[in-house]
Every structure is written in structure tokens, then in C-alpha cells.
Design a protein around this ligand. Sequence first.
Ligand code: IDP
Ligand code: MG
Length: 145
Amino acid sequence: MAIERTLSIIKPDGVEKGIIGKVIARFEEKGLKPVAIRLAQLSKAEAEGFYAVHKARPFFADLVKFMTSGPVVLMVLEGEGAVAKNREIMGATDPAKAAPGTIRKDFATNIEKNTVHGSDSPENAKIEVSYFFPEVQIHAYEWKK
Ligand code: IDP
Ligand code: MG
């Protein structure tokens, strides 16, 4: 499988709970390497732009409010099949439906405050990575063949 990059966000509930290290450990243990990391306070405009695909959903206004309620950790994760692997490690959107051992099962509060974001396709990963990180801020690993 190809080496990919994907965007990961530790959402305000994760930062508030003090589990930044635990979340990053889950990724590192499964072979996803952070190649860019930044703590940020998203503005309303940044959060609305990021979640623009959900604009028509009933939860959109609350989601933007939540995502701007405190600092987040923005990360680019790199590794084999990083997009799908990240989604697996995260677990289902609703923690009540997430598989055992996933981040959302173990740490999320509810379907909204679900601790992590992860890009859902390689195409969206490219768009989302570039939304927050210029290429020069991403530090690639030398992958051994
Ligand atoms: P995902 O984060 O698993 O990809 P999406 O359907 O893309 O899930 O939704 C984006 C985010 O919007 C979710 O992670 C969650 O924070 C929030 N969200 C999704 N569905 C609901 C809902 O039914 N009620 C409240 N918030 C929701
Ligand atoms: Mg999504």
C-alpha cells in the first residue's frame, strides 16, 4: 500500500481532557507518524470553511460552536494507507457504535464531542492537509523500502 498523508484533529474535548499524548500514542503505535503538529484556536470562519460539506446538516451550527470552543491540535499523519488506517484507529462517529479499542470508544463524550477528526478519503485528505498546513511546514520521513 502507498504512503499517504491525512489530516487529524484532536478536538476541543480531547484537549480539555488532557489526552493529547494518549491520542498521539495510538497513532504512533499503529505506524502513523505525525509529520506536522500545531496547537490552534480555530476562528468561526476557519471552522465553517473546514466543515463546509456539512453546511446543510442540522448539527452544523453546534459543530462550529464546539470546534471553536477551545484549542485543537492539528496534525498531518503519514504512513502506509494513512487515510483508512486513521479512520480505523478513530472508530465510528458515534462513540456508542465505535469498536472496542478505538479512540472514540475509549475517550469520546458523545456523537458531537468525539475527540478526533480524520479525513475520509485520499482526495479530501489532500484538501484538508493544505487547508491548515503549507507544504513547507510538513516534514516527511525517509521511509525504508
Ligand atoms: P466523521 O467525523 O466520523 O467523519 P461526519 O459525519 O463527517 O463524521 O461529521 C463530522 C462531525 O460532525 C462529527 O465528527 C461530529 O463531531 C459531528 N456530528 C456528526 N453527526 C452528528 C450528529 O448527528 N449530531 C451532532 N454532531 C454530529
Ligand atoms: Mg467526516
